[in-house]
Ligand binder design. Structure first.
Ligand SMILES: Cc1cc2nc3c(=O)[nH]c(=O)nc-3n(C[C@H](O)[C@H](O)[C@H](O)COP(=O)(O)OP(=O)(O)OC[C@H]3O[C@@H](n4cnc5c(N)ncnc54)[C@H](O)[C@@H]3O)c2cc1C
Length: 581
């Protein structure tokens, strides 16, 4: 338990360190992070800059361009959401130390005199210089012309390479992911507190995080903090029953930091009860298990994947120079073989030298770099418009910071290594400074102060919903459901084999049948069944597609041939004779 008094003093220490380090940090930060006043002028010029993506790179590009070129350009920014997400704070949202709305800021507020369009980018056409988007509920495509195009769409997650990971892992990229994770953890604690089944309790209280980079380490630290500080509300859960595991395939965590700081992070997390497994990856997952590359089978209901960054699907379709789905740009941030298309941030491969060779010769996918890339990009668009030479992107990281949760952190600033409470305070001060918009800074600071003085809330406002049509992965021997359990879905087998064992309605004897890919089961939902009359077990590793009861019944109602097929199938296999429960 963390006492109130030390935390209270932390607040003043935070203010103090904020004061002392702000001078150091501002040396390296843009001086115009607070919001700009709306300009009253009208756009007069034709040069249209279209920015795709409103994350760190897109948002800061828009802001720098407006500052540099004022009304000489017409800037339009397109983003899926109407807000900017401060991704480094997502683990804190998951851990509950700040509320979800404080990790985001409305784009319209942050950049008021730029056109913001909440829409989804679908494709880019170089020939016609247009971008096709879909906006709001409108199904008709909208085409937008550009003179300069900035692609800043960030990255996506692709977990499809590991069996079951895509279907069963939670991710940590968006605000929704962070909210879902918090709700999921609280749901597991609620369930563990009341279940009588030891196996179910063990699964509910085992939390696994895959990936030991910044987001994995910060996420594991924050969720451990949430669990530890919530336990006092769950009298039937002992601290010794909690298992929090972090898997990292490499031989160290926090690759971007010096080895000594990574070692400190490992020691601190271990002391707080996090089990760190290095040189261990994930080989398979189901809804109830994670199998590691060393063969350990972990009974868990929580798998958080912070690995598997993949390129944006829009970029993959775009006929442009790419490397593994990321856009190849030159040192000036201009897309290779184009005159007016630029790309920065996580979606671009940005060389830092003329002849890049190793990994260190490319800009890393971090917010710290994205913000600086945005500044160079805006300067280069201006230079091109004024027929001046372009400037190559150059930036040397001034350091790195990571929070380990529970008031501890690691930091390297201008080569100085810091650990513990001081590093954590600097981490917080830095992010307060970095956050765009004064109101967001104040709200986050206020959240932190309140969190330090009050217990962690276990209110679950965002409840976990059963996803609609979804894939589930089972390992050989896994039980899909058993006789008497709730009939909540209709299953079709995508691959593998399922054995259904029931009791013959006429003879009363047990009988079983094996179903293979293309077969289905659970159709008695049509007859109004609410309980299973058979047990289904995976005979081999199996993937199924599950429709919820509501979805299945809607299909049957809307498609008469669909309903007829299942009625005939149930008649032929005698399923209609079984008692309805
Ligand atoms: C949990 C976590 C912690 C992190 N911690 C740190 C840290 O401590 N320090 C650090 O420097 N970096 C950190 N990072 C990395 C950092 O957040 C990213 O490098 C940075 O966000 C990249 O900026 P970006 O603009 O390229 O992409 P993003 O910020 O991801 O922005 C991309 C934007 O494009 C939008 N978009 C995507 N596709 C479409 C489409 N088809 N149509 C419309 N809009 C679309 C998205 O909605 C999003 O708003 C962290 C990342 C995560 C996930």
């Amino acid at each position: 338990m963390i006492g109130k008094i030390p935390y209270f003093w932390d607040f003043w220490l935070l203010i103090f360190s904020f004061q002392s380090y702000s001078i150091l940090i501002t040396l390296d930060l843009d001086k115009n992070y607070s919001y700009q006043k709306p300009s009253r002028g009208k756009y007069k010029l034709a040069t249209k800059v279209l920015i795709l993506g409103g994350g760190f790179s897109g948002f800061f590009t828009a802001r720098h361009l407006k500052k540099l070129l004022k009304n000489k350009v017409s800037i339009e920014l397109i983003n899926k959401e109407n807000y900017f997400v401060f991704q480094p704070l997502l683990p804190e949202v998951a851990g509950g130390s700040i509320s979800a709305q404080n990790a985001v800021s409305p784009l319209r507020f942050l950049i008021r005199d730029i056109k913001i369009r909440k829409a989804e980018v679908e494709s880019i056409d170089r020939e016609t210089q247009t971008v096709t988007i879909f906006q709001g509920v409108q199904r008709r495509p909208t085409h937008l012309h550009y003179d300069h195009l900035v692609i800043a769409l960030g990255s996506d997650s692709d977990l499809s390479r590991t069996p079951g990971l895509q279907e069963h892992a939670l991710t940590m990229k968006t605000l929704d992911d962070a909210r879902k994770l918090r709700a999921h953890i609280i749901e597991r604690l609620e369930h563990a507190d009341i279940t009588q089944l030891p196996e179910v309790k063990e699964g509910a209280l085992t939390f696994t995080v895959i990936g030991g980079g910044f987001s994995g380490i910060e996420t594991v630290g924050e969720i451990k903090d949430l669990i530890d500080r919530s336990l006092k509300y769950y009298p039937n859960i002992k601290a010794s029953e909690i298992r929090v595991v972090l898997l990292e395939f490499a031989d160290r965590v926090l690759n971007e930091m010096p080895a000594s700081l990574a070692e400190y992070a490992v020691e601190k997390l271990k002391k707080r009860g996090v089990e760190l497994q290095l040189r261990v990856g994930v080989s398979e997952c189901t809804g109830t298990q994670l199998v590691t590359t060393t063969g350990e089978v972990i009974n868990t209901r929580t798998i958080i994947a912070t690995i598997g960054n993949s390129p944006s699907p829009v970029i993959k379709k775009f006929p442009i120079a790419q490397e593994n789905g990321r856009i190849l740009v030159d040192q000036n941030l201009k897309v290779k073989e184009t005159d007016n298309i630029w790309s920065i941030g996580d979606c671009a491969v940005i060389p830092l030298t003329e002849k890049p060779e190793g990994r260190d010769d490319f800009a890393p996918p971090t917010a710290q770099f994205a913000v600086r890339e945005a500044r160079t990009l805006a300067q280069n668009i201006k230079a091109l418009m004024e027929n001046k030479p372009l400037k190559p992107f150059k930036y040397n990281s001034k350091g790195a910071l990571a929070s380990l949760g529970a008031g501890r952190g690691v930091a390297e600033i201008f080569g100085i290594k810091l650990t513990g409470r001081l590093a954590w305070l600097i981490w917080r001060a830095y992010y307060i400074l970095f956050l765009p918009g004064i109101p967001t800074k104040i709200s986050v600071l206020w959240n932190w102060v309140m969190d330090s003085m009050s217990p962690r809330s276990v209110v679950q406002l965002y409840s976990e919903k059963t996803p609609e049509a979804r894939y589930i992965h089972y390992r050989a021997g896994d039980r899909v459901y058993e006789i008497g359990s709730k009939s909540d879905g209709f299953y079709t087998i995508i691959s593998g084999k399922i054995k259904i064992t029931g009791v013959d309605a006429e003879t009363g004897k047990e009988n079983s049948r094996s179903l293979i890919a293309g077969d289905h089961f659970g159709e008695r939902l049509l007859l109004g069944a609410t309980r299973r009359v058979a047990t289904a077990v995976a005979e081999e590793d199996t993937k199924v597609l599950v429709f919820t009861q509501q979805e299945f019944l809607k299909f049957a109602e809307g498609l008469p041939f669909f309903k007829k097929y299942f009625e005939e199938h149930m008649k032929a296999s005698g399923l209609d004779k079984k008692e309805i429960q």
